[in-house]
Ligand binder design. Structure first.
Ligand SMILES: Nc1ncnc2c1ncn2[C@@H]1O[C@H](COP(=O)(O)OP(=O)(O)OP(=O)(O)O)[C@@H](O)[C@H]1O
Ligand SMILES: [Mg+2]
Length: 247
């Protein structure tokens, strides 16, 4: 092999490795909501790359577009223009059904309000997601219990959400977000309803999952405690990313 060829190959390998490490990308993403006769420009052109193993926070004033952006990356809503790519897939090319499938398999969600199903136990809430994802029954139970153990809820598997504390419910939500082994976990104000101690426990848990299992997190938050722990911090102002700080 000629040295030039070798260099070219190494360059290609490096480019591929770099390209691979992008888990989610937004290119020129805009979102305009129509409220009666008024147009609200929630996103005004967002360019962003989230990399594998990022533990990133997204802050900014109320109404700056954080939730809208998380919804775009999570495939919960479609942009007005621009491209969103998650795990190499352009979400704009997917049908509604394929997008739903993508959400189940590739994206984990943690919301402020936990969004657990009240009539199901902690384990059943997780088994339900696995069932939707087509995981065989025999495997579902085991994976749900393992996920709950991982977030420190061993012994509480059969409790319903109403018999769990807020912090415990949010841990169930984290377990549920992780159980399908997603490419990225999106969290929108995950600590907003938690007291300080409980919130800190949740941040510790997410940081540990990021460090030990390499799970990628993007968290919309106002919470200084969460921001202080992140390794990448993004700021949004008026529908645009106005700061992107690695630390
Ligand atoms: N479904 C909707 N219909 C119309 N306007 C919307 C809708 N969702 C959001 N908006 C508007 O889009 C803008 C961005 O909202 P978004 O919820 O993304 O902000 P945010 O940064 O998450 O705010 P907060 O910190 O309060 O959660 C706001 O002006 C909001 O009023
Ligand atoms: Mg929001």
């Amino acid at each position: 092999m000629y040295p030039e060829d070798q260099t070219a190959m190494q360059d290609t390998a490096a480019t591929t490795a770099r390209a691979k490490s992008v888990i989610a990308a937004c290119k020129g993403v805009t979102k305009t909501y129509q409220q009666g006769s008024i147009e609200v420009q929630a996103l005004r052109g967002v360019d962003l790359e989230i990399h594998a193993r990022d533990f990133a926070t997204l802050a900014g004033p109320s109404g700056s577009g954080k939730t809208t952006l998380l919804n775009m990356i999570g495939g919960l809503d479609r942009p007005t223009s621009g491209t969103v790519i998650v795990d190499g897939q352009d979400l704009g090319e997917l049908s509604q059904a394929d997008l739903a499938e993508m959400r189940l398999r590739k994206i984990g969600f943690v919301f402020q309000s936990y969004n657990l199903i009240p009539v199901l136990s902690a384990a059943e809430n997780i088994e339900f997601i696995l069932r939707l994802a087509g995981v065989p029954a025999a495997e579902r139970h085991e994976r749900a219990y393992a996920a709950l153990k991982e977030v420190g809820l061993e012994g509480l598997e059969s409790r319903r959400p109403s018999h769990l504390s807020g912090g415990q419910q949010q841990r169930v939500a984290v377990a549920r977000a992780l159980v399908s082994r997603p490419a990225i976990v999106l969290a929108d104000e995950p600590t907003a309803n938690l007291d300080t101690r409980t919130a800190e426990g949740l941040i510790d848990l997410m940081a540990e999952l990021n460090e030990t299992r390499g799970i990628t997190f993007l968290m919309g938050t106002h919470d200084a405690r969460v921001i202080a722990r992140s390794r990448r911090h993004l700021e949004m102002t008026d529908g645009r990313i106005t700061a992107d700080e690695h630390r």
